[in-house]
Design a protein around this ligand. Structure first.
Ligand code: NAP
Ligand code: MG
Length: 462
């Protein structure tokens, strides 16, 4: 993927209004691999005007035709799968096999799911003597993070386009190249000019201008709770809709009847994949006191196996932040059983796969989102204690429950205050609603629920 030196505005690559650029760095070797424009507030305004101008035409385009464009988009992404994977590996640092399967594979599946949903969704319904129309919400400002860079873009752009909305995207400054690739794919798929626009650049400049733009109807943000809170406040002030996918500190609850070895192995893999940079990662493992020592030994051994194959974290800033948390865990009295704060390699933003034992629920490493390959193992005495610990953070994004039989795990999952729970290692479902309880966010992404976020209703009475 050769970087563009322009912004994708109104159907073409156009120069930014200012000279500022963002360097893109490969976190595995710290080399600069590209340079993209840093959009100004003026550029964001140009993008929003293009999206506004394109809205009336796209909003009345029959859903079946929108579906044809989305299917074409899916096909272009599928044809460029290798290039997507290579681009994400270069700018995020994730190992090639993971980039192929997840960073490229999941967004292709999600784009395909919205091609289907656009064709089949009931955009009109009869309710008694009313006809209810589900109309596009309008111009969407999408702001995305770097951790699953293409997935986060597709999880917003595909449902918005399926709904008949037009989009301005501000991707993360650390991973703009796959966003440019996505804009190329939109272009190739034949969407009308202005329906999708890309402004690369910095959060406090381009992101803030987009989130606060008076002509944006709906802001969809994924990232940190700190930024999400501000975006929510700005949107509230302007009485505009907002969807927020924020942080998590999810619990992996292993009940005494579970297959302990399997639950621990899958739990460690879940935290170490993508170098721990997954908002829904099960970063707290909850184990019954009778099985605690055995679980800690299994977790330490499992984590050690990742030392050679784990990728770097995205940036020097993120590496320093994660190492800071590891030091904090030691200072708080938790016991390191794998990894630690030392740099495992001379070059690249690597962090050792780390496991802490003797973690208590009030420690910062058990409360705050670390966003790195760091697992905390906590002990509980009975199920009520496990539930109290599992729900004892400001977050509620995801979780896991393991038990000897499914019904027992489901009974526990029903009591948890969280948006999604994997039962005995259940697989990711790209059609299931994804989003958080409590401070993990507002709204849901993926599947029909994700499409509904981009619709507003009008009732006609007869
Ligand atoms: P972030 O700062 O919240 O960034 C997310 C997106 O928002 C990026 O596109 C960012 O631009 C933009 N942004 C930043 N400040 C903004 C502002 N004032 N107004 C509008 N947009 C703004 O998150 P991050 O720096 O990438 O990561 C920090 C922490 O967030 C992580 O350590 C993790 O805890 C959490 N996080 C959560 C998720 C999730 O999926 N829930 C994903 C990523 C990160 P820039 O890229 O230019 O900063
Ligand atoms: Mg940031």
């Amino acid at each position: 993927m050769k970087p563009h030196d322009g912004l994708y505005l109104d159907g073409a690559w156009r120069p930014a209004s200012g000279p500022a650029v963002v360097d893109v760095v490969n976190p595995a070797d710290e080399q600069i691999i590209g340079r993209v424009p840093a959009a100004t507030a003026e550029d964001v305004d140009t993008a929003v005007r293009a999206a506004r101008a394109a809205l009336p035409g796209w909003a009345v385009t029959p859903p079946a035709e929108r579906a044809v464009r989305l299917a074409a988009l899916r096909d272009v992404l599928a044809a460029r799968k290798d290039e997507i994977a290579e681009t994400v590996t270069a700018e995020l640092g994730s190992p090639p096999a993971f980039s192929q399967a997840v960073h490229a594979g999941v967004p292709i599946a999600v784009a395909g799911s919205y091609a289907e949903l656009a064709a089949t969704y009931a955009f009109e319904e009869r309710v008694g003597n009313s006809l209810v129309l589900h109309e596009p919400a309008g111009v969407v400002g999408a702001i995305t993070p770097w951790n699953y860079p293409l997935h986060q873009i597709v999880a917003k752009a595909a449902p918005a386009l399926a709904a008949g909305c037009t989009v301005v995207l501000k991707p993360a400054e650390d991973t703009p190249l796959v966003a440019q690739l996505f804009a190329e794919a939109v272009h190739e798929a034949g969407f009308p000019a202005g329906v999708f626009n890309l402004v690369t650049g910095l959060g406090p400049v381009a992101g803030q201008a987009l989130a606060g733009h008076p002509d944006v109807d709906l802001v969809s943000f994924t990232g940190s709770t700190a930024v999400g809170r501000r975006i929510g406040a700005t949107a509230g002030g302007a009485v505009k809709r907002v969807a927020l996918e924020l942080g998590g500190k999810s619990a992996n609850v292993i009940l005494p009847s579970a297959d302990l070895a399997r639950a621990v192995a899958v739990g460690v893999a879940n935290v170490m994949s993508n170098s721990g940079q997954t908002c829904s990662a099960w970063t707290r493992m909850l184990v019954h006191s009778a099985q605690y020592d055995e679980a800690v030994a299994l977790a330490a051994a499992a984590a050690a196996k990742y030392a050679e194959r784990i990728g770097p974290v995205v940036s020097a800033r993120q590496r320093d932040r994660v190492r800071g948390y590891i030091e904090k865990g030691v200072a708080e009295g938790a016991r390191l059983v794998a990894g630690g704060p030392e740099a495992p390699r001379e070059r690249g933003y690597y962090v050792s796969p780390t496991v802490f034992a003797d973690v208590t629920p009030e420690m910062a490493i058990a409360q705050e989102e670390i966003f790195g390959p760091v697992l905390s193992v906590l002990r509980y005495t009975d199920e009520d204690d496990a539930l109290r610990i599992a729900d004892g953070t400001v977050y509620g994004l995801a979780g896991a429950v393991w038990a000897g039989d499914e019904a027992e795990a489901v009974a526990f999952a029903r009591r948890m205050a969280t948006g999604q729970v994997d039962i005995n290692g259940g697989r990711f479902n790209p059609l299931a609603p994804f989003g958080g309880y409590k401070q993990s966010g507002v709204g849901r992404e993926l599947g029909a629920h994700g499409l509904a976020e981009y619709l507003q209703t009008k009732s006609l009475q007869f």
